[in-house]
Design a binder for this molecule. Structure first.
Ligand code: UD1
Ligand code: UDP
Length: 396
């Protein structure tokens, strides 16, 4: 009797949940995979806003989040808790997505326990350890010990090869964020009336959607950006500026300070993922420092002004869908003004094809895992209990 592959699927924050959700779904559909879902709980409310939508319940929830957590304390607690989890569940491999503290800790514990790591969204680099901070470091550490590098693009694969990773250990799968987005956007477009009624203040006004949370922007950077948004809202009174504010206390404080009394700025709680997808679709343009939003918006043909000096998603900049404006208020104001008033400039940022994949990334990733650790099941078609009972030894 073949044992099903038992991957430990680790997720800690909102974007990890979004990007792991398609992998959880594909694993659960496959008779040869018996996934163990682990929430680190680095985020609580914001993680659950995603997992509730996708119907993901964890096998284990480490409940790590503390208000205003420091990187060191979070890392230390994540290492211990993930070690206990791997001890308890004995997974065959560990699957982690992206660049957060949860990923760093999962990669380290997997290494100490000699478990192979599958890194989803591998090979993103800015080449600058200070931006995104600390994520560039987290990604590089994860790459050192990864067995299967699931690169979203050829560009990311090439970055890994330059660091000495063998091409045989890299596969270009696309980004699972597109799998999640395409499914969700279709479903939420069908519920447009519901969302429009919920956000009736929008009427038919143009809308600028805003997100911001990056640690390297905390302090002076966010202050400049939010002051610029207040200025823009004053200059464009017929435009709605909608800002679901990240729960990080630093962001909450700065947003309240600069934007509380601006009538056409709506500060909202973080939105559940389907509602946010509808918002992106409804937006005229997006101002954001988010990694995930830079990947999603080109698929929805929405221009993004990225509140970053540099990006590890340079594919989106190269195709013209994302423009880097940093936290420079002059650049931000000029760019928003241009996109609100100049149709040609706006259309130039609407791309036809996403550089980040076609919505099949999760399937490609689990196919590769099976080829590697359960080759008897790699075809994907043979998944009957008769095959499972066929007596092939577990290679792990
Ligand atoms: C983290 C990730 C970042 C990712 C972002 C996604 C690290 C170092 N940072 O940043 O890479 O882009 O998540 O959003 O891993 N909080 C809540 N409720 C929640 C979530 C957060 O109250 O559901 C508050 C808490 O006070 C928490 C703080 O936000 O301590 C910071 O959370 P943390 O995960 O450490 O950092 P983020 O800035 O969210
Ligand atoms: N998102 C969401 N609700 C919001 C804001 C963002 O569901 O109110 C989603 C968004 O669609 C994207 C992801 O969260 O997929 C991005 O998360 P975040 O910006 O927190 O992290 P990053 O992508 O920068 O790591």
């Amino acid at each position: 009797m073949i044992q099903p592959l038992r991957p430990l699927l680790v997720m800690g924050t909102r974007p990890e949940a979004i990007k792991m959700a398609p992998i959880v779904a594909r694993c659960r559909e496959h008779v040869a995979i018996d996934p163990i879902v682990c929430f680190t709980g680095q985020h609580d409310t914001m993680l659950r806003q995603v997992t509730d939508y996708f119907g993901i319940e964890p096998d284990v929830d480490l409940k790590l989040m503390e208000p205003g957590q420091s990187l060191t304390r979070l890392t230390a607690r994540a290492l211990t808790a993930l070690d206990e989890t791997m001890e308890k569940f004995h997974p065959d491999c560990v699957v982690a997505q992206g660049d957060t503290t949860s990923v760093l800790a999962a990669a380290m514990v997997a290494f100490y326990r000699r478990l192979p790591l599958v890194h989803v969204e591998a090979g993103l680099r800015t080449g600058d350890l200070s931006a995104p901070w600390p994520e560039e470091y987290n990604r590089r550490v994860a790459s050192i010990t990864t067995a299967l590098h699931c690169a979203p693009t050829e560009f990311a694969a090439a970055a890994l090869e330059r660091e000495g990773v063998s091409r045989a250990a890299i596969r270009v799968t696309g980004n699972t964020v597109i799998d999640a987005l395409l499914e969700t956007a279709d479903r939420e477009r069908a519920r447009a009336d519901h969302w429009q009624a919920k956000h009736a203040y929008l009427g038919d006004r143009p809308m600028v959607l805003i997100t911001a949370h990056r640690r390297e922007n905390h302090g002076a950077g966010l202050d400049s950006v939010f002051a610029a948004i207040a200025q823009l809202a004053h200059d464009f009174p017929h435009v709605s500026f909608v800002f679901p504010v990240h729960l990080n206390p630093q962001v909450q404080r700065a947003a309240a300070e600069h934007l509380a009394s601006v009538p056409n700025v709506q500060r909202l709680d973080p939105l559940p993922y389907p509602e946010f997808v509808w918002m992106m679709d409804r937006a005229k343009l997006i101002v954001s420092d988010s990694g995930g939003v830079q990947e999603e918006a080109p698929s929805l043909r929405r221009p993004v002004l990225a509140l970053r000096e540099t990006t590890e998603r340079s594919e989106a900049v190269d195709v013209g869908a994302v423009r880097l404006v940093g936290c420079d208020p002059t650049k931000l104001i000029a760019s928003v003004r241009q996109l609100l008033t100049d149709d040609a400039a706006y259309r130039a940022m609407q791309v036809e094809h996403s550089p980040f994949g076609d919505g099949t990334a999760a399937q490609q990733i689990i196919d590769w895992m099976l080829e590697t650790w359960r080759p008897e099941h790699a075809a994907g078609e043979l998944e009957t209990s008769a095959v499972l009972a066929g007596g092939v030894a577990s290679p792990s």
